[in-house]
Ligand binder design. Structure first.
Ligand code: SF4
Ligand code: SF4
Ligand code: FES
Length: 241
């Protein structure tokens, strides 16, 4: 069933149950994100996509990637002073964790942040958005990596941090990662092959010896992923201030 919703003063018609972020996109409004991708289920980890919803005279803040529109007279505001303040705090927190990540630096500049007021805690590159983990599970279908540990020790890893028996070396996790945290590098033992590294963790090389030209599945998959990731990065760069 189609319903109408007003977003930033623009009327848009979408199917009931559409996530607010998608409805905003349909109205030509870009909501900043770091953990959303249309090919996988919403996860709601980065909180950057926060918007203000007014319904029955009640105001509330919701994450737009995992909050559906409904037909109860909902109005959405994606760029209020309160929303911008929260987004700035989120970026500052992320910058304190990952000060050298270009996508965060770009978003910070677009939000008018010169540098994080918070003390730099470390030089990690992983923002724990979970995109790589979810892509590996939902799109590649192997679940070779997961988010392990708690608190400051939380990280992306294979089970028991050993080489994965199920990783197919497709490189999707590397393509989808918004921060460049997962790298594809020449295999130490055979430079013709590709290895994936996440910090100290190495994943096995491609089973097909990276003969991508002769592997139609891999080639189609990589083309699709490159396109998806470049769209994702373009979207991040267009984040409104
Ligand atoms: S390279 Fe391995 S860990 Fe990365 S998405 Fe592909 S199967 Fe998953
Ligand atoms: S490795 Fe990259 S994609 Fe995976 S959780 Fe960290 S930042 Fe996100
Ligand atoms: S995009 Fe919604 S929480 Fe990250």
């Amino acid at each position: 069933m189609k319903i109408q919703i007003i977003i930033d003063g623009r009327m848009v018609q979408v199917e009931q149950g559409t996530m607010i972020i998608e409805a905003a996109g349909k109205a030509g409004i870009v909501v900043p994100t770091l953990c959303h991708h249309e090919a996988i289920k919403p996860y709601g980890s980065c909180r950057l996509c926060i918007v203000e919803v007014v319904q029955n005279k009640q105001h509330r803040l919701v994450t737009s990637c995992n909050s559906p529109v409904d037909n109860g007279g909902m109005e959405v505001f994606t760029d209020t002073a309160g929303v911008r303040r929260i987004r700035r705090s989120i970026i500052e927190l992320l910058l304190a964790r990952c000060p050298d990540v270009p996508v965060l630096q770009t978003m910070a500049r677009q939000m008018g942040i010169e540098s994080s007021r918070l003390k730099k805690k470390n030089d990690k590159q992983c923002i724990l958005c979970g995109l790589c983990v979810r892509f590996c599970e939902e799109v590649v279908g192997v679940a070779a990596i997961g988010l392990a540990n708690r608190g400051t020790e939380r990280e992306v890893a294979t089970p028991f941090k050993t080489g994965s028996a199920v990783c197919v070396g497709c490189g999707s996790c590397s393509y989808i990662c918004p921060t460049g945290c997962i790298e594809m590098v020449p295999d130490k033992l055979d430079p013709r092959l590709r290895s994936l590294t996440m910090g100290s963790l190495s994943l096995p090389s491609c089973n097909n010896n990276l003969q991508c030209d002769s592997c139609t599945t891999d080639q189609e998959f990589l083309d699709e992923m490159k396109l998806a990731v470049s769209e994702f990065r373009n979207l991040a760069e267009k984040t409104p201030s």
